[in-house]
Design a protein. Structure first.
Length: 429
């Protein structure tokens, strides 16, 4: 009995020592795990700080370079020499760069002898906060350029693509009512937004309706319309082929009118006054035909001479679409059957987009595709095709600056808002 009692404390002490060793081992394991985890955490935090700091520094350097070339180009005096412009640009850069000067490895400025355009180039190097052994040195290049304002000659070409079917009479009236003072009012709206008006403004108008599919009696599920019209008009058959599938005038287009030439203004007035809202029996229209025709306009080119003799330095090709309906897709069968359908019209979205992005067709620097209406409108209840506008709205430089109602109520202001810029498209001086 006594021997059993004496062994209990011994076993207890052994248990305590084992527990103490277990705690020490656990502490050591946790320490190892924490140490291993700490390294990637620190690296991740450092990389995040690196990225943020470098991005901020890059923006400051770019801002300094932008300010420098603008300062160099600020003088419109033709006697200002290239050396003076470069000196002014360098001085402005030095005063703007501040503490980021330690990252700048090179900066230089040049002046074009013909246009006096000032161009600046800079490079930076920045060592990682982590370690140059763990992360490479971050190197970046920057560029900026500016022309003296007196040497900027900017030409605006606007093509108005107007849906001229039966429900669009408000928009046709808005176009007609804004012809006389078109350029004056547009210049005023652009100036009010803080921008310099264009040196030349030209306008082209294209009215579109439907090449095909615009009659209920042409639709297989509405054959009763065919029977009705046959009995009413005494037809022997329904018109299911050829031009009868579309409106009598699916597309009516003018040439460009220079709004500073009085004779052009008279011709502009005459053209738009002769148009009325009619046709378009089914809801979607041949909007892509208008867009494609607009894209292939005779745009002003850089280097063209204005009537004043000045050479154009910047061109702004703008296509402005006005509609309350969807658009038939490319290669829409009823449209293609129409003998009046353009033979060169692209048969796919990819081909149309390729032309929109082709600099030989339309200048890419300041192009804009403005849409007044609802580009998400789906109204093809008969054929069931998605509206083409749903695809076009994904194109580069597309914007929806105002509703069709806003454009009808204040046509010039809505147009100016689109030209000045929304989204990725911005007008600059």
């Amino acid at each position: 009995m006594f021997g059993k009692s004496s062994s209990a404390p011994i076993r207890f002490r052994r248990f305590v020592r084992s527990a103490q060793r277990l705690v020490r081992d656990a502490d050591g394991t946790l320490g190892i795990i924490f140490s291993l985890t700490l390294v990637p955490i620190v690296l991740l935090m450092s990389a995040t700080i690196d990225y943020s700091s470098n991005s901020a520094m890059s923006q400051r350097v770019q801002d300094a370079l932008d300010a420098a070339v603008l300062a160099g180009a600020a003088s419109s005096n033709p006697t200002t020499t290239s050396s003076e412009r470069i000196a002014k640009a360098q001085q402005t850069f030095n005063s703007s760069i501040g503490r980021d000067d330690r990252f700048v490895t090179s900066v230089s400025f040049t002046v074009d002898a013909t246009t006096a355009k000032v161009t600046g180039n800079a490079t930076t190097e920045r060592t990682s906060l982590i370690s140059s052994r763990l992360a490479p040195i971050m190197r970046q290049a920057y560029t900026a350029s500016a022309l003296p304002m007196a040497n900027l000659v900017r030409a605006l070409d606007v093509v108005l693509c107007v849906d001229a079917t039966g429900s669009m009479w408000n928009t046709l009236s808005a176009v007609q009512n804004n012809i006389t003072n078109f350029k004056t009012n547009l210049d005023t709206a652009i100036s009010a937004a803080g921008y310099r008006p264009f040196d030349r403004t030209r306008v082209r108008v294209i009215y579109y309706r439907d090449y095909g599919g615009n009659g209920f009696f042409n639709l297989p599920t509405y054959t009763w319309y065919c029977n009705y019209y046959k009995s009413y008009y005494g037809w022997s058959a329904c018109p299911l082929t050829g031009a009868d599938l579309g409106d009598s005038q699916p597309l009516a287009s003018s040439s460009f009118f220079d709004m500073s030439i009085p004779g052009h203004l008279v011709n502009f007035t005459s053209f738009v006054s002769g148009q009325t809202a009619n046709g378009g029996g089914d809801l979607p229209e041949s909007g892509l035909g208008c867009l494609w025709t607009a894209m292939n306009s005779s745009w002003t080119q850089v280097g063209d001479a204005l009537p004043t003799g000045a050479k154009v330095t910047d061109v702004f090709p703008v296509i402005s679409i006005y509609t309350d309906a969807g658009a038939h897709p490319p290669n829409f069968s009823p449209s293609v059957q129409n003998p009046a359908y353009p033979a060169a019209m692209p048969r796919s979205y990819a081909d149309m987009l390729s032309q929109w992005n082709n600099p030989s067709i339309i200048d890419q620097s300041h192009k804009a595709l403005l849409f007044y209406g609802n580009p998400s409108n789906e109204d093809d209840y008969y054929f069931g095709y998605p509206s083409a506008w749903a695809t076009i709205k994904t194109w580069p430089n597309f914007s929806n600056p105002a509703s069709l109602t806003s454009a009808n109520n204040d046509f010039i202001t809505a147009l100016a808002r689109g030209i000045i810029g929304t989204g990725n498209h911005r007008l600059t001086n």
